[in-house]
Design a protein around this ligand. Sequence first.
Ligand code: UDP
Ligand code: MG
Length: 316
Amino acid sequence: MDKISIVVCCYNEEESAPLFYEKISEVADTFQNSEFEIIFVNDGSKDKTLKIVKDLAAKDERVKYISFSRNFGKEAAMLAGLKESTGDYVAIMDADLQDPPELLTEMYELLQTKEYDCIATRRKTRKHEPIIRSMFSRMFYKIINKISKTEVVDGARDYRLMTRQMVDSILSVNEYNRFSKGIFCWVGFETKWLEYENIERVAGKTKWSFWGLFKYAMDGIIAYSTTPLVLSTLFGIIFCLFAFVMILVIIARTLMFGDPVSGWPSIICIMLLLGGLQLFCIGIIGQYIAKTYLEVKGRPIYIVKETNINKIEVKI
Ligand code: UDP
Ligand code: MG
């Protein structure tokens, strides 16, 4: 008998959580040789999610919950779930049923072949998604894969079933600025990708705003690539060379044709261009410094307010 842990991150999912529980229980019943553990991570929901999850835990002992003191974001919620999971296999799922629970059977069987350490999923299409959002998402994946050594798969979802060994490796990555899509690839291991059509969430609304996604994309790029820094250095070198050539040209021109006071609009344009470029590059550097600052502070990634998971402390 082995054990499968399901980590479910919930932020304002009062409508979806019970539906999710029903669906996952149905799937769990079809597994004969596996015990299940469903860990709901309540990421500071403002609705009745916590109460619903607590009720589920009261009637089903497979249900565990971890409730944060405020909203810490899905990355933190996933980390908390993975940390508390005790299964031989661990799956991460969304509460909104956009990750079809039926796929678990296939994932589990594939892992049994021992050929893979992780069975992950990706969306074939971005149906049901606003066009602008998919356009920017595609652009993000193109950019990050060009400038980073860690390959981030386009359309990859967080839904995946992993072996204990892989989960432990993910937990050993102690970063404050977590970008899980990158961490999953960075730790390596054999991953098989299953594809499926995008499904609409059963209830509630998506938690992502355009600005939120933009910041997430920036975090990903900064966490997995230092190319923007190289780029700003390159800009600097190119403009220095250009300025040097221009100085020579102007000296030669002045010596040959005298020094008429003209051309001030072009000077203003060049000044503005350079000023803008300098601010842009300082901004890039600032982003890295800010991330370093947050990392150095070493704050906890999340704070747990309530949980029904009792840690048995082994004292030596
Ligand atoms: N989520 C979370 N904390 C957050 C935002 C989202 O735990 O701050 C959870 C949310 O409850 C859901 C999952 O992450 O189970 C994915 O969120 P969502 O469905 O909004 O994202 P999408 O599927 O649209 O990418
Ligand atoms: Mg969703």
